[in-house]
Design a protein around this ligand. Structure first.
Ligand SMILES: NC(=O)c1ccc[n+]([C@@H]2O[C@H](COP(=O)([O-])OP(=O)(O)OC[C@H]3O[C@@H](n4cnc5c(N)ncnc54)[C@H](OP(=O)(O)O)[C@@H]3O)[C@@H](O)[C@H]2O)c1
Length: 302
């Protein structure tokens, strides 16, 4: 399946995680449609590989800014460069993400799923507020349906949604603590936070014509899968990958929401492969949304 892309000449798109997996397919599709794509990459060799992939014809439409999105300092510096270079942003795809098999903490003291899978998206949405509003941007946050079901193996029992209780939390550094750490649940909680914070930010963006949606791309054969496949199944990794979507297919949902004229003005939704779907009730709880925004703002105010 391939989205018929509109002409995106004169459009600026910020796409994170464009050095691999689905993000690379999203960036290439946008460049091929005429957009100017900006990304933030932590690994120079992977950045060079992306440039080579784009090739001579598209390289003037690709801007790679160095930075590690899990670090507050890097994210803020990259956002400032983007704001200085681009008056308007028309598309923002917060796609970068990872699953960490053990408990890790960012240089800012934040558990890594929260730092990368949630705060990077929140940080770019808020730090790029002005060019996003000027461009009446479409924002797409790549979440994961693990937020609706944290079971690794879905054969037995009922779906077990991710949980998020901020009532006793005074600092994002308190979330996903080492004690009782379950990697898949920690990943799913960060994605639930992305959706929850997104619902809250949608309300402030709507008056300026900015839309904000989250997507689950499907189960896609990318590098992240190596971490997500349970250890006993890893010897069958190659076979399992063949049952999954390709990165190009996985990119379709985000691309459609970001560019398809039929999604113009559509906002505040979570799409599971293009179909609007529910998210856990806590994501719609106004007190939780507000607390999350307050904690996130405090993180970036340090
Ligand atoms: N694959 C699936 O089945 C699936 C399902 C649901 C949701 N998702 C979500 O889809 C998104 C894309 O994942 P993918 O499957 O395409 O995974 P992937 O192939 O592992 O790609 C992840 C991308 O994020 C970048 N990234 C990771 N950590 C970063 C950091 N600290 N700073 C800057 N960039 C960083 C990676 O850059 P490097 O090149 O430097 O590693 C890479 O470009 C993620 O948000 C993931 O959670 C995936």
């Amino acid at each position: 399946m391939t989205t018929a892309m509109p002409d995106l000449t004169h459009h600026t798109a910020v796409v994170t995680g464009a050095t691999g997996g689905m993000g690379r397919m999203i960036a290439l599709a946008l460049i091929n449609a005429g957009a100017h794509v900006v990304t933030i990459a932590r690994n120079p060799a992977r950045a060079d590989a992306l440039r080579a992939h784009v090739g001579k014809e598209g390289e003037h439409r690709l801007d790679i800014i160095p930075g590690d999105l899990s670090r507050r300092e890097d994210l803020c510096a990259a956002a400032q460069i983007i704001e200085d270079r681009y008056e308007q942003i028309h598309i923002l795809v917060n796609n970068a993400g990872a699953h960490f098999a053990d408990h890790r903490v960012s240089p800012d003291g934040i558990e890594m799923h929260i730092a990368l899978d949630y705060l990077a998206a929140y940080g770019l949405m808020t730090r790029l507020d002005t060019p996003l509003r000027r461009g009446r941007a479409r924002i797409v946050n790549v979440a994961s349906d693990t937020l609706n079901d944290t079971r690794r193996v879905k054969l037995v029992g009922k779906p077990r949604p991710a949980t998020l209780d901020l009532t006793q939390v005074d600092d994002l550094a308190d979330l996903n603590p080492q004690e009782g750490f379950v990697p898949f649940e920690a990943y799913a909680r960060a994605k639930l936070m992305t959706v929850t914070g997104g619902y809250a930010l949608t309300r402030s963006f709507t008056p300026d014509g900015v839309t904000l949606n989250a997507v689950h791309p499907g189960v896609v054969a990318t590098d992240i899968i190596d971490d997500l496949v349970p250890a006993p199944l890893r010897p069958f990794g190659a076979i399992i990958r063949r049952t999954m979507l390709t990165p190009a297919d996985g990119a379709e949902t985000a691309l459609r929401i970001a560019t398809d004229p039929r999604f113009a003005g559509v906002t505040g939704h979570y799409f599971n492969r293009g179909v609007a779907a529910a998210t856990p009730p806590i994501s719609h709880d106004l007190a939780t949304q507000q607390k999350l925004l307050t904690l996130s703002k405090a993180h970036f105010a340090r």
